[in-house]
Design a protein around this ligand. Structure first.
Ligand SMILES: Cc1ncc(COP(=O)(O)O)c(C=O)c1O
Length: 389
């Protein structure tokens, strides 16, 4: 048996060592608190589950779905974008449901990247942006997200010949892992840059509804000219706590949506229809739970960020996402520090280098663990005297 060489190009899975250590500690009876996983602990709202159950009983939904999704779902997504962001989308040509946004992100690379082509990716960044590029035979080119630039890429720092060679640029705000946000002025600059260098923009926006302190995140689709150069990926995972149901969407540029639909129609058979009906209910039904869930995440954020700063791990108070990006002392690598946290106080976090080399010097905490576990974690951190060891 001979596996394809493209698999050798995938970087080693960095968390293997941390995961092995977690398993070892747990086997010894240690109570490990896992701040690593970005998967909401709160359940999917019950009206959505009820719609899913009704749809699951209907034999019409037991058959293959259409790759392009139910027309009713595409219309509902367009209506949601109009209501939430004031953005106009043609449901027939500018909207496509996905089996979770990660699926569409991975497949979009196949639409643009030929062997040797470049894609501009944020560093640190959500790994599928670069891994999709690598699997398509291309090369990810890092756009560093520096704290002094509020974790926004500096377009002017990208060499002109690199920008001209790049086919795609990936952006993601509100941002995983840094929790940073972007405004419409930034998106306008991105559109201008894309036009100048004839590249396509993929903006990934699954966290626009996970926001705090009254902040409302914009959509890339609100930017003049966005649809000429790009698309936006969105998801029901984080807004409606539907990570397990797998449904997301891509919206925007007709040619890009159509290209992705062509790839997908040959590789998958779309989102199970009962889940599509659940998504219609989620987007059209009561949105009350969103504010309630955000209150929970905001309370957790306040507790964690306060304690991190007290113990000398500098972290900003993020206005969105359920991630806290904390700066570690310079005498450790992010992997060493993650291991130290695990060994000394049984707290698991994600080392920043899991998101790219610019993630060195940081660790990521996720707020998606129950209140009592978070409380216990925060207590352990506040009585931890790491400096003196
Ligand atoms: C930035 C970003 N994009 C996309 C996703 C994937 O979302 P989905 O569940 O829709 O595949 C995640 C999940 O963690 C994410 O952080």
């Amino acid at each position: 048996m001979k596996l394809a060489r493209r698999l050798d190009r995938l970087p080693p899975y960095l968390f293997v060592e941390v995961n092995r250590r977690i398993a070892e500690l747990r086997a010894k009876g240690k109570d490990v608190i896992d701040f690593g996983i970005g998967d909401p602990d709160l359940p999917t709202p019950s009206h959505i589950i009820e719609r899913l159950c009704r749809a699951a009983h209907d034999p019409a939904n037991h058959r293959y779905p259409e790759t392009d999704g139910l027309p009713e779902l595409r219309r509902t997504i367009a209506e949601w974008y109009k209501k939430r962001f004031g953005a106009t989308l043609n449901p027939a040509k500018e909207v496509l449901p996905l089996v979770g946004s990660k699926e569409g992100i991975g497949h979009m690379a196949l639409c643009f990247i030929e062997p040797g082509d470049l894609a501009l990716v944020p560093d640190p960044g959500y790994p599928p942006f670069s891994l999709g590029t690598i699997l398509a035979g291309g090369e990810p080119y890092s756009m560093p997200l520096k704290e002094e630039n509020d974790f926004l890429p500096d377009f002017e720092a990208i060499p002109g010949d690199i920008a001209d060679r790049a086919r795609l640029m990936w952006l993601n705000y509100p941002n995983n892992p840094t929790g940073a946000i972007a405004d419409l002025g930034f998106f306008e600059k991105a559109v201008h840059f894309a036009r100048r260098h004839s590249l396509a923009i993929c903006h990934d926006a699954p966290y626009t509804e996970v926001t705090f302190d009254g902040y409302r995140a914009p959509s890339f689709m609100q930017t003049p000219g966005a649809k000429d150069v790009g698309v936006e990926f969105h998801s029901l995972s984080k807004t409606y706590h539907m990570t397990g149901w797998r449904i997301g969407m891509v919206v925007g540029n007709t040619d890009m949506v159509n290209a992705l639909s062509r790839v997908k129609s040959n590789l998958d058979s779309g989102v199970p229809q009962a889940i599509q009906y659940a998504a219609v209910e989620a987007l059209r039904g009561s949105q009350e739970h969103i504010a309630k869930h955000n209150v929970v995440f905001q309370r957790r954020r306040d507790k964690l960020v306060t304690v991190l700063n007290e113990v000398g791990l500098k972290a900003r108070m993020p206005k969105a996402t359920f991630y806290v990006w904390a700066k570690i002392p310079p005498d450790y690598t992010s992997m060493e520090f993650a291991k130290k946290l695990l060994d000394e106080v049984a707290i698991a976090v994600t080392p920043g280098t899991g998101y790219g080399k610019e993630g060195e010097g940081y660790i990521r905490f996720s707020l998606t663990i129950s209140d009592d576990r978070l409380e216990e974690g925060v207590n352990r951190l506040s009585s931890w005297h790491w400096r003196r060891r």
